[in-house]
Ligand binder design. Structure first.
Ligand code: NAI
Length: 354
């Protein structure tokens, strides 16, 4: 994010300057993710209106706090259902980190009973008050909450598959970090200068839970000299898939990833905003309708995390899965099997009027 935050404001995009800036709403802004995400979005040079909503009254305090950060965005806090419409009205991008996080021993699916209803209700409000907004769902289990949001938007007649995305970017961020650590880690205890740290782009596809998180290490760019050993592939894949659990256990009951998640969400929101502003080349990974291209469609899976290009209308291009190794193909089978159930569960929840 730093790269984008520190660049010259406004002038970065010619089409942005004519649009005058964007309105961003964060639903769940008083939470562990919501607070640092509010701060990061306040500092974003393309944001001119930041709406911070939560059922907790603390949202007003968070708004007062971040409003003192010296940047262009006007900040308003909104609390409770009666203020939700005002928070959403005219929003270009809506981020939803509302809901309960995991505790040690829990899977993301264990959150379904609470978070499914929260995402359903917040999406219904988005359908009413900001039907054209890009909707970025962070609340877990993402593999099911995104299908829930889609069903709600369909029921309201405002579903645009290009504008709904599950935020899986933290998996990409973790993959980049763990690969850089493994390939270009500190040697002999010597500290590397930041500029010497290698940076890698690793597509992470599938979904956002356990085996559905499928890092395509064979497509790492630049591909490390000497490649990855089988052992490295196994340990990197395992760590990327279980990075969330690593944090849940380290926080020992006090929540799940919040700071890295906020950084990832802000980085992904930045891509969405740059796409909206008409910049070319805003590529990232997200859990989207039609993700994975024809291969995944042929399997009957409606949602899949893929590399996508963001533009003025949201997702404007979905990359195919590319060449995968036999090991990655085994992972793909496992991911698809689990995703099928998670997607069906989300759809059934809405169909049952849940
Ligand atoms: P938290 O408990 O710290 O914050 C959640 C916030 O949501 C609270 O402020 C709460 O008052 C608010 N909230 C609850 N119901 C609401 C509603 N109906 N409308 C508006 N706000 C509401 O939880 P945290 O750590 O911020 O996590 C939030 C969600 O993000 C969890 O579901 C967690 O599993 C998920 N998450 C997703 C990740 C991803 O990669 N997509 C990574 C990490 C967490």
């Amino acid at each position: 994010m730093t790269r984008h935050l520190t660049r010259a404001p406004v002038a970065a995009s010619p089409s942005f300057s004519s649009s005058g800036g964007f309105a961003v709403a964060i639903l769940g802004a008083a939470g562990g993710i919501g607070q640092p995400l509010s701060l990061l979005m306040k500092r974003h040079p393309m944001v001119t209106s930041l709406r911070l909503f939560d059922v907790a009254p603390l949202a007003k305090g968070v708004a007062a706090d971040v409003s003192h950060v010296d940047s262009a965005a006007r900040v308003d806090g909104f609390v409770g259902d009666t203020q939700l419409g005002a928070a959403l009205h005219g929003a270009d991008v809506v981020l939803i980190p509302a809901g309960v996080p995991r505790k040690p021993g829990m899977t993301r699916d264990d959150l379904f009973n609470v978070n499914a209803g929260i995402v359903r209700d917040l999406t219904a409000a988005v359908a009413t008050h900001a039907p054209a907004a890009i909707l970025l769902v962070i609340s877990n289990p993402v593999n099911s909450t995104v299908p829930i949001a889609a069903e709600v938007l369909k029921t309201r007649g405002v579903y645009d598959p290009k504008k709904l995305m599950g935020v899986t970017h933290l998996d990409v961020m973790r993959a980049r970090t763990f690969v850089a650590d493994a390939v270009g880690g500190e040697e002999d205890g010597e500290r590397r200068r930041a500029s010497e740290r290698p940076s890698y782009d690793v597509p992470v596809v599938g979904g956002h839970a356990g085996v559905t998180i499928l890092p395509l290490l064979s497509q790492t760019k630049p591909f490390p000299r000497g490649g990855f050993s089988e052992k490295e592939i196994a340990s990197l894949t395992d760590r990327i898939q279980n990075g969330g659990t690593e944090v849940v256990e380290a926080k020992a009951g006090a929540g799940s990833a919040t700071l890295s998640m906020a950084a990832a969400a802000a980085e992904f929101a930045d891509l969405a905003l740059r796409g909206l502003a008409g910049e070319r080349g805003a590529w990232g990974c997200a859990y989207v309708d039609g993700g994975g291209g024809s291969e995944i469609k042929a399997r009957g899976l409606e949602f899949f995390a893929s590399k996508v290009r963001l533009g003025r209308r949201g997702v404007e291009q979905i990359a195919g899965l590319g060449r995968m190794t036999p090991g990655e193909r085994v992972g793909l089978e496992k991911a698809c099997e689990e995703l099928r159930g998670s997607i069906a569960k989300g759809k059934a929840f809405v169909a049952a009027g849940g």
